[in-house]
Design a protein around this ligand. Sequence first.
Ligand code: ZN
Length: 219
Amino acid sequence: MTSHDTHFYKLVYYRSDATSYPFVWWPKSLPICSTCGRILVEDVKRIELRIYRTGRHGFVEALLNDEFWPIFRDDVVRLWLDCGFTGFFTRPVHIVGWAKKRRPIPDQLPAYHALFVTGRARDTRAAVVGRCEGCGLERSDVVARDGMRVDTASWNGSDFLSMSGTKRLDVCTRRVAEATLRAGYRQIAFVRAEQWRTWDERASLAEEQQYYITQAEDL
Ligand SMILES: [Zn+2]
């Protein structure tokens, strides 16, 4: 398969230095699987987050957070729903204050939603080694680097996919990448799934950015 046959992309939440974006904190105590110790973000009943910093870019498309959970602004989620994309549901995010300061939250804060991915696929290289008896998560011995290779035989056809089985967003389809880039968003980028983190671990942001696709024509 050549790179032009790629159908899956990793969504990159920001194109510049991470510290130049707003960053929010989840509560200190989150539900945890008593068997495997995994944080069960999907079990959080009401998502109340606190602002750690605002950053010079302002409240852009994705909201960075200390769980690295996919959180997107209302207009982005609306676009994806209007396009009929599948494999996810969302829950509203409530910004309830600051993490370390006592001051009012900024005026006209946009609405954000946490994304929970229901679409599933496996990596072609993953061997399933067991299942957590507590939370049911399938454990596999897939490598963390050297790209993500979607085993299309295990793909349920969804546009948003978790390959870890944790409801985290791992990859999305080309049509998600295309619609999002065509909408003109300036901070989200996409990387071909099989190229994800194939760069050196010590790569600079500039080197990493060479993998970012920011125009629909380049998908
Ligand atoms: Zn578990």
